[in-house]
Design a protein around this ligand. Sequence first.
Ligand SMILES: [Zn+2]
Length: 205
Amino acid sequence: MSGRLDQRVLVLNRLWQPVNIVGLRRALSLVFRGRASVLHAHAGEQRVFPAEAWLEHSRRHPPAPATAIRTPSLDLIPPRVVLLGEYDRVPRRDIRFSRRNVYLRDGHCCQYCGRRYPEEELNLDHVVPRDRGGVTAWENIVTACIRCNARKGNRLPTQAGMELRRAPARPRWRMLVAASLSGEETELWRDFLDVAPSGELPWRG
Ligand SMILES: [Zn+2]
Protein backbone atom coordinates (compact mmCIF):
# COMPACT_ATOMS: atom_id res chain seq x y z
CA MET A 1 0.00 0.00 0.00
CA SER A 2 1.30 3.41 -0.84
CA GLY A 3 -0.16 6.87 -0.98
CA ARG A 4 -0.56 9.76 1.33
CA LEU A 5 -0.37 8.01 4.65
CA ASP A 6 0.56 11.19 6.42
CA GLN A 7 -2.92 12.56 5.82
CA ARG A 8 -5.11 13.06 8.85
CA VAL A 9 -8.60 11.65 9.11
CA LEU A 10 -11.36 13.00 11.31
CA VAL A 11 -13.16 10.38 13.41
CA LEU A 12 -16.79 10.99 14.32
CA ASN A 13 -18.84 9.05 16.82
CA ARG A 14 -22.27 7.73 15.91
CA LEU A 15 -23.77 11.13 16.76
CA TRP A 16 -21.48 12.67 14.14
CA GLN A 17 -19.49 14.45 16.82
CA PRO A 18 -15.73 14.71 16.33
CA VAL A 19 -13.91 12.45 18.76
CA ASN A 20 -10.44 12.08 17.34
CA ILE A 21 -8.05 12.69 14.51
CA VAL A 22 -6.05 9.70 13.35
CA GLY A 23 -3.58 8.92 10.60
CA LEU A 24 -4.80 7.45 7.34
CA ARG A 25 -3.42 4.01 8.16
CA ARG A 26 -5.39 3.80 11.39
CA ALA A 27 -8.54 5.09 9.70
CA LEU A 28 -8.30 2.43 7.01
CA SER A 29 -7.82 -0.19 9.66
CA LEU A 30 -10.98 0.99 11.44
CA VAL A 31 -12.94 0.82 8.19
CA PHE A 32 -11.66 -2.55 6.99
CA ARG A 33 -12.12 -4.17 10.36
CA GLY A 34 -15.73 -3.07 10.17
CA ARG A 35 -15.54 -0.66 13.09
CA ALA A 36 -16.17 2.48 11.06
CA SER A 37 -17.58 3.61 7.74
CA VAL A 38 -16.29 6.27 5.43
CA LEU A 39 -18.26 9.50 5.35
CA HIS A 40 -17.87 11.09 1.98
CA ALA A 41 -19.64 13.84 0.09
CA HIS A 42 -20.86 12.56 -3.24
CA ALA A 43 -23.10 14.54 -5.59
CA GLY A 44 -23.49 17.20 -2.94
CA GLU A 45 -24.62 14.84 -0.26
CA GLN A 46 -22.84 13.21 2.68
CA ARG A 47 -23.03 9.46 2.29
CA VAL A 48 -21.94 6.65 4.54
CA PHE A 49 -19.84 3.91 2.95
CA PRO A 50 -19.05 0.69 4.80
CA ALA A 51 -15.83 -1.02 3.64
CA GLU A 52 -17.26 -2.94 0.68
CA ALA A 53 -19.23 0.06 -0.55
CA TRP A 54 -16.11 2.20 -0.27
CA LEU A 55 -14.15 -0.22 -2.45
CA GLU A 56 -16.97 -0.17 -4.96
CA HIS A 57 -17.19 3.61 -4.89
CA SER A 58 -13.44 3.86 -5.45
CA ARG A 59 -13.75 1.52 -8.45
CA ARG A 60 -16.52 3.59 -9.98
CA HIS A 61 -14.97 6.95 -9.26
CA PRO A 62 -11.22 6.37 -9.45
CA PRO A 63 -9.29 9.03 -7.54
CA ALA A 64 -6.68 11.20 -9.20
CA PRO A 65 -3.42 9.24 -9.20
CA ALA A 66 -1.73 11.87 -7.04
CA THR A 67 -4.23 11.35 -4.23
CA ALA A 68 -4.92 7.63 -4.58
CA ILE A 69 -3.96 4.94 -2.13
CA ARG A 70 -2.48 2.27 -4.37
CA THR A 71 -3.42 -1.28 -3.57
CA PRO A 72 -2.82 -4.38 -5.71
CA SER A 73 -6.43 -4.51 -6.83
CA LEU A 74 -7.48 -0.88 -7.13
CA ASP A 75 -6.77 2.77 -6.43
CA LEU A 76 -8.59 3.62 -3.25
CA ILE A 77 -9.92 7.09 -2.49
CA PRO A 78 -8.33 8.17 0.78
CA PRO A 79 -11.07 8.73 3.36
CA ARG A 80 -10.95 12.06 5.19
CA VAL A 81 -13.80 11.47 7.63
CA VAL A 82 -14.84 8.17 9.20
CA LEU A 83 -17.89 7.42 11.26
CA LEU A 84 -17.63 4.93 14.09
CA GLY A 85 -20.11 2.09 14.35
CA GLU A 86 -22.84 2.20 16.89
CA TYR A 87 -21.04 0.45 19.70
CA ASP A 88 -17.54 1.53 18.93
CA ARG A 89 -15.50 3.94 20.85
CA VAL A 90 -12.05 5.24 20.21
CA PRO A 91 -9.90 5.47 23.31
CA ARG A 92 -9.93 8.88 24.87
CA ARG A 93 -7.56 11.15 23.06
CA ASP A 94 -4.61 12.32 24.96
CA ILE A 95 -3.45 15.90 24.71
CA ARG A 96 0.28 15.73 24.79
CA PHE A 97 1.97 18.37 26.86
CA SER A 98 4.41 19.88 24.41
CA ARG A 99 5.87 23.19 23.39
CA ARG A 100 3.83 23.24 20.22
CA ASN A 101 0.59 22.46 22.02
CA VAL A 102 1.19 25.21 24.58
CA TYR A 103 1.71 27.66 21.72
CA LEU A 104 -1.46 26.42 20.06
CA ARG A 105 -3.42 26.73 23.29
CA ASP A 106 -2.25 30.31 23.69
CA GLY A 107 -2.84 31.18 20.04
CA HIS A 108 0.87 31.98 19.65
CA CYS A 109 0.28 35.05 21.81
CA CYS A 110 2.59 36.09 24.59
CA GLN A 111 0.51 35.75 27.73
CA TYR A 112 2.10 38.87 29.23
CA CYS A 113 2.07 41.49 26.48
CA GLY A 114 -0.68 39.82 24.47
CA ARG A 115 1.09 40.11 21.13
CA ARG A 116 1.24 37.35 18.58
CA TYR A 117 4.64 36.09 17.42
CA PRO A 118 6.10 33.42 15.13
CA GLU A 119 7.25 30.33 17.00
CA GLU A 120 10.93 31.19 16.79
CA GLU A 121 10.28 34.35 18.79
CA LEU A 122 8.43 32.58 21.56
CA ASN A 123 9.47 30.80 24.71
CA LEU A 124 7.80 28.77 27.37
CA ASP A 125 7.60 30.52 30.71
CA HIS A 126 7.17 28.92 34.11
CA VAL A 127 4.68 31.26 35.80
CA VAL A 128 5.91 30.13 39.20
CA PRO A 129 9.65 29.65 38.60
CA ARG A 130 11.03 26.16 38.96
CA ASP A 131 13.26 27.03 41.88
CA ARG A 132 10.16 28.16 43.77
CA GLY A 133 8.50 24.86 43.23
CA GLY A 134 6.79 25.69 39.95
CA VAL A 135 5.95 22.56 37.99
CA THR A 136 6.21 21.93 34.28
CA ALA A 137 2.54 21.42 33.53
CA TRP A 138 -0.34 23.00 31.65
CA GLU A 139 -1.32 25.00 34.73
CA ASN A 140 2.07 26.62 35.19
CA ILE A 141 3.45 27.02 31.69
CA VAL A 142 2.54 29.86 29.36
CA THR A 143 3.67 31.23 26.03
CA ALA A 144 5.90 34.28 26.42
CA CYS A 145 7.77 36.40 23.93
CA ILE A 146 11.51 36.56 24.36
CA ARG A 147 11.34 40.12 25.65
CA CYS A 148 8.68 39.48 28.31
CA ASN A 149 10.38 36.25 29.25
CA ALA A 150 13.64 38.08 29.88
CA ARG A 151 11.91 40.89 31.73
CA LYS A 152 10.13 38.53 34.07
CA GLY A 153 13.28 36.55 34.73
CA ASN A 154 13.20 34.25 37.68
CA ARG A 155 10.36 36.02 39.46
CA LEU A 156 6.67 35.66 40.05
CA PRO A 157 4.56 37.79 37.69
CA THR A 158 3.53 40.11 40.52
CA GLN A 159 7.15 40.67 41.53
CA ALA A 160 7.93 41.64 37.96
CA GLY A 161 4.90 43.92 37.76
CA MET A 162 3.43 41.73 35.03
CA GLU A 163 0.02 40.25 34.62
CA LEU A 164 -1.16 37.11 32.85
CA ARG A 165 -3.81 37.52 30.17
CA ARG A 166 -5.53 34.44 31.43
CA ALA A 167 -4.88 31.65 33.86
CA PRO A 168 -3.21 28.73 32.11
CA ALA A 169 -5.09 25.43 32.08
CA ARG A 170 -5.17 22.14 30.27
CA PRO A 171 -6.69 22.92 26.88
CA ARG A 172 -9.79 21.30 25.52
CA TRP A 173 -9.11 18.85 22.76
CA ARG A 174 -11.47 20.56 20.36
CA MET A 175 -9.78 23.87 20.87
CA LEU A 176 -6.37 22.47 20.05
CA VAL A 177 -7.69 20.65 17.02
CA ALA A 178 -9.29 23.80 15.70
CA ALA A 179 -6.06 25.71 16.21
CA SER A 180 -4.01 23.09 14.38
CA LEU A 181 -6.08 22.57 11.22
CA SER A 182 -4.57 23.13 7.83
CA GLY A 183 -6.55 25.17 5.32
CA GLU A 184 -7.55 22.01 3.48
CA GLU A 185 -8.73 20.33 6.68
CA THR A 186 -10.70 23.40 7.69
CA GLU A 187 -12.48 23.21 4.35
CA LEU A 188 -13.10 19.47 4.52
CA TRP A 189 -14.19 19.27 8.12
CA ARG A 190 -15.98 22.52 8.68
CA ASP A 191 -19.41 20.85 8.73
CA PHE A 192 -18.34 18.71 11.66
CA LEU A 193 -16.07 21.05 13.54
CA ASP A 194 -17.95 24.33 13.56
CA VAL A 195 -14.89 26.07 12.27
CA ALA A 196 -15.39 29.77 11.93
CA PRO A 197 -14.69 31.09 8.42
CA SER A 198 -11.81 33.16 9.73
CA GLY A 199 -10.17 30.09 11.22
CA GLU A 200 -10.27 31.79 14.60
CA LEU A 201 -10.92 29.76 17.69
CA PRO A 202 -14.30 28.41 16.78
CA TRP A 203 -15.40 26.20 19.59
CA ARG A 204 -18.69 26.78 21.20
CA GLY A 205 -18.41 24.50 24.13
ZN1 LIG B 1 5.45 39.59 25.50
